[in-house]
Write a protein that binds this ligand. Structure first.
Ligand SMILES: Cc1ncc(COP(=O)(O)O)c(C=O)c1O
Length: 386
């Protein structure tokens, strides 16, 4: 069992707090923080200023980071589009999907999807008169009418243990496109184009900067899609008062100045994941999640909704509102979440409406769990005010 996690000291925020909310925002290692300072103090030149010494270096870095992201998910560089985060990536792809979806097509969504992977599809369904099918069992519900499947390999709520390979196989037998919202999975396990056509995630949840995300689309789909956002850097020429020519490749999909500082920082978080290796991160989380589960069982009147080994653990304690528990812990600098975590359809398929959520990362250790358990046991005045 990890008593003193050697990774923890790389993360300055963890010096003074017990951080158990990595599913919402992952902490940043010093290397990522320092890369921000490095960019702004030495490389703060636009990629548009491409005829300069530093401008060339910045463009090279953007290309390199794009390559590293592609490699991480078994994609190619020209399949990687930068966005501001998972939410923007899904909205972005939903606008693109208007070019190939038509009336009566079906979009299959998991009840366990984050709102960011539900509402953009509802909006498109309204506009195009498509049918949304909500599912408790994605694999079972794929059929010949399904055109698009949007789910999360790892959810941010109750883990579903989706079999991504099987889902992809059945999707292809039915000519459907698979969008994997990998916002959670990307920080904990292998995410790959081998079992998805579109992959979206946020740098923020992979120990990287806020305000940066990825929309990865397989070339065979992207080559048939026209840009949906327009502006500087994405246009080759304006031909007449109402016509223009887009650039070729991913540039056509990235108008405006990219989040260069974040891209600069993101390289360091990808490097860290590659150094530690995603399989090791997964193992560390698994071991600690089991310890968390076993320790939580010692709390009186607890009801754990998650399974032993899920890296996100949801629970409730009889007679206490989840928000009161999160607030009590939060004021002791133990950071957890309460509520339904933007998973607004869960009440339709589960008994509970909201939970306390503990989400782990590879920088957590046994001492974090012990402090959580101790605080819950001490409960004392605050927790007994009800
Ligand atoms: C599964 C999932 N999808 C989408 C999102 C939205 O991510 P972001 O807020 O970075 O856009 C989250 C955030 O918690 C998530 O967990």
């Amino acid at each position: 069992m990890i008593k003193n996690n050697k990774f923890k000291k790389m993360f300055p925020m963890l010096e003074n707090i017990v951080y158990l909310d990595s599913a919402a925002l992952a902490q940043k290692p010093l290397s990522v923080i320092e890369a921000g300072v490095e960019f702004y103090s030495k490389f703060s030149i636009s990629t548009r200023t491409s005829d300069s010494k530093i401008g060339i270096l910045v463009q090279q870095k953007v290309d390199l980071v794009r390559e590293k992201i592609a490699k991480l998910i078994d994609a190619k560089s020209d399949e990687i589009i930068f966005s501001s985060g998972t939410t923007e990536s899904i909205n972005f792809f939903s606008l693109m999907a208007k070019q190939f979806l038509k009336e009566d097509d079906e979009i299959l969504l998991s009840y366990y999807n984050h709102s960011s992977n539900i509402v953009p599809w509802m909006q498109i369904a309204k506009e195009l008169k498509l049918k949304i099918v909500f599912s408790k069992n994605i694999l079972k519900d794929i059929n010949e009418k399904t055109k698009l499947i949007c789910y999360s390999q790892v959810t941010n709520n109750l883990n579903q243990n989706f079999n991504s390979d099987e889902i992809y196989k059945k999707a292809k037998e039915n000519n459907a496109i698979v969008l994997n919202d990998a916002a959670q999975a990307i920080a904990h396990e292998k995410v790959t184009f081998k079992n998805s056509d579109v992959v979206v995630f946020s740098a923020n949840k992979m120990y990287g900067p806020t305000g940066l995300g990825v929309l990865a689309i397989k070339n065979k789909i992207l080559k048939n899609i026209n840009p949906v956002f327009f502006g500087g850097g994405a246009v080759e020429k304006i031909e007449s008062s109402n016509d223009w020519v887009s650039k070729k490749g991913v540039s056509a999909f990235e108008p405006g100045t990219p989040n260069l500082a974040a891209i600069w920082q993101f390289e360091k978080s990808i490097d860290l994941i590659n150094e530690i290796k995603i399989e090791n991160i997964h193992e560390l989380n698994l071991e600690l999640s089991k310890y968390l589960y076993d320790q939580l069982l010692t709390i009186k009147d607890i009801k754990i909704a998650s399974k032993r080994g899920d890296f996100i653990t949801l629970f409730n304690i009889k007679n206490y509102a989840s928000q009161d528990i999160a607030s009590y812990l939060g004021h002791k600098d133990i950071y957890v979440r309460s509520g339904n975590f933007c998973s607004k359809l869960i009440p339709l398929v589960e008994d509970e409406n909201d939970y306390v959520r503990v989400s782990l990362a590879f920088y957590n250790d046994k001492s974090d769990i012990d402090k959580l358990i101790q605080a819950l046991k001490e409960g004392g005045d605050f927790l007994s005010f009800l």
